[in-house]
Design a protein around this ligand. Structure first.
Ligand code: ASP
Length: 316
């Protein structure tokens, strides 16, 4: 078993690319640190455990894909820890427009020597290479269709907070599982933490059995909602589709709306990683439902990401 110092050293070198980089002990430490940050923020409007050694650190947030929650919560986490975030968004005002590759962009930003990187990109061999070879720790803020480790951490943290524990809880992913990095990362993390997972997806959105094994696929949304403790709705990831999806069939059979959630228990929770598209995978009624924890997920993202930054960059 690794001791805390060894874990910190490990994370200092490697950062976080995939949930499989984490062991159970590290996840427990991150959740306990995140809870401490949350309690102190709720009571004192600041992180009392703020570590002065972080005040001189700078973190480069490098986003080759669009983001709202992940970028904003990482920036907020940096601010509350006293870290200075510097954000690069690959838009038409950068040298990406002139033909510079993502890897060359990262290597140039590396030359400026931030203390760590937070990177979001589509599948890109150069970016993957940078994660492996960077002298500075790199944290994934989402990579391609398979990896979004900090979203999985904040979702698991929220489930634990709302339902008391993760072990034995039943989570169903509803919708476009195949193209969702959130679903892939959540599935690996939640199974490792002892949860049961299932999907409820149309054929075109079902993940590959080689990735998901024999996980149950509920054909009827009603049965899925009757079974679960957590219903996680997923956006239709059109930007990753090669052919046009049959949206009307999807809406008719898989949308969460006032009528379709009739079989969901009062004790269950409804999650969504955002961004949600109203009247596609979810309706406004569901956003307002008392079982819905979407904004709690977003808030917890700050505490969980702060815990990770503290682990990666702090002295402890
Ligand atoms: N924000 C999440 C992601 O980056 C989910 C989504 O875009 O639907 O994967």
């Amino acid at each position: 078993m690794l001791n805390t110092a060894a874990i910190v050293a490990l994370m200092k070198n490697s950062g976080l690319f995939s949930v499989t980089d984490l062991n159970i002990q590290t996840i427990g430490q991150l959740f306990s640190l995140a809870s401490q940050f949350k309690h102190s923020f709720v009571r004192h409007k600041q992180f009392l455990r703020r570590n002065e050694s972080l005040s001189y650190k700078s973190v480069a947030l490098v986003f080759f894909e669009s983001s709202t929650r992940t970028r904003f919560s990482f920036e907020m986490a940096c601010n509350r820890l006293g870290i200075r975030p510097v954000t690069f968004i690959a838009n038409s005002t950068t040298s990406i427009k002139k033909g510079e590759t993502a890897l060359d962009t990262l290597l140039n930003l590396h030359a400026v020597q931030p203390d760590a990187f937070i990177i979001r990109s589509d599948e890109d061999e150069g970016v993957r290479e940078f994660f492996k070879t960077s002298q500075k720790p790199c944290i994934s803020a989402g990579y391609g269709k398979f990896h979004h480790p900090t979203q999985a951490l904040l979702d698991a943290f929220t489930i634990k907070e709302r339902l008391g524990e993760i072990k034995g809880k039943k989570i169903v992913f509803i919708g476009d599982v195949r193209h969702s990095r959130v679903a892939h990362s959540n599935k690996s993390l939640l199974l490792a933490l002892g949860a049961e997972v299932a999907i409820c997806s149309p054929k075109d959105f079902m993940p590959s059995p080689s990735e998901w094994g024999e996980v149950e696929n509920f054909e009827q949304l009603t049965s899925a909602l009757d079974w679960c403790d957590v219903a996680m709705s997923l956006r239709v990831q059109k930007e990753r589709h090669s052919t046009k999806a049959d949206l009307s069939n999807f809406i008719q059979n898989y949308q969460l709306n006032k009528k379709s959630i009739g079989s969901l228990s009062d004790k269950a929770i409804i999650m969504h990683p955002g961004p949600f598209v109203v009247d596609e995978e979810i309706t406004r009624d569901i956003v307002k439902d008392s079982r819905t924890v979407i904004h709690q997920q977003v808030e917890n993202g700050v505490y969980v990401r702060a815990a990770l930054l503290q682990k990666v960059l702090g002295d402890r």
